[in-house]
Design a protein around this ligand. Structure first.
Ligand SMILES: O=C(O)CCC(=O)C(=O)O
Ligand SMILES: [Fe+2]
Length: 248
């Protein structure tokens, strides 16, 4: 079977144990769409990749400027279709989409990260260049995203304990982080080849997974994984302005 399955509303796929709104949709894209996206991503000219010490990265339509603005340009169609219209078709609480309240009503930027087994990303926040919604599609492998609160609570304890929370993202799934999950928490991916201790008590979205069988033994070996992270950059500069005004 090669079908995607969408919920009638995002509320149906809210991850209940996270500190604020996180949503998880398994099988958000099909295997055919996953293969197509991977083929397009891997056929870009090599200089389009920015190689970092623990992953490599493409930014579409372009990297942000030093002042965190986006030079106005559409996302490439191969990347936005069908993912973005599908994402916007899911209502939140039966009205509007998860991007309705964001400045452009839709994502205008996508960072593509590639991780080999054993690679990851340190705990960080995505910051205020973006409207606080990030929609991540996973290709090629599962991953465990570690989430922790930035602050201690009033009792001096860290919400979520020292471990924080863990979200398991299956290949072809969509994970959305918004509200305090975006603004008050850090997220990262451990640099391991095998994810361990996977189960109902340790994985926040365990009951929302599409297929728990690959993780039922509590262990899962990672494969190369590519993530598409769609966001709305708040400041967009028209090209004429960015180059000091080409019009006379
Ligand atoms: O690959 C992921 O799922 C996370 C990537 C990420 O946190 C980022 O690009 O800011
Ligand atoms: Fe991030």
């Amino acid at each position: 079977m090669d079908e995607c399955s969408l919920p009638a509303s995002l509320q149906e796929v809210l991850i209940p144990s996270l500190p604020a709104s996180g949503y998880y949709i398994p099988n958000f894209i099909t295997k055919t769409e996953e293969a197509y996206l991977l083929q397009k991503i891997n056929s870009v000219p090599l200089p389009s990749w920015k190689t970092l010490s623990h992953r490599r990265l493409q930014a579409h339509p372009s990297p942000l400027t030093p002042t965190n603005a986006l030079l106005a340009a559409p996302l490439p169609t191969w990347l936005s279709d069908p993912v973005v219209p599908r994402l916007l078709s899911i209502p939140v609480d039966l009205k509007g989409s998860i991007f309705s309240a964001s400045p452009h009503g839709a994502p205008n930027h996508c960072l593509i990260n590639e991780y080999l087994p054993g690679q990851g990303i340190h705990a960080h926040e995505d910051g205020d260049a973006y409207n606080p919604v990030v929609a991540t599609v996973s290709l090629g492998s599962h991953i465990v995203l570690d989430i922790k609160s930035k602050k201690n609570d009033t009792t001096g304890e860290k919400p979520g304990g020292a471990q924080g929370w863990r979200a398991l993202q299956e290949p072809r799934s969509l994970l959305i982080s918004t509200e305090e999950l975006y603004t008050e928490c850090l997220h990262g991916i451990r640099e391991v080849k095998i994810d361990e201790d996977l189960g109902e008590d340790t994985i926040a979205n365990w009951n929302l997974l599409g297929d728990r069988t690959p993780f039922a033994g509590g262990l899962a070996a990672r494969q190369p994984r590519v993530s598409l992270t769609f966001r709305d950059v708040i400041r967009v500069k028209k090209l004429g302005k960015a180059f000091g005004g080409l019009k006379r």
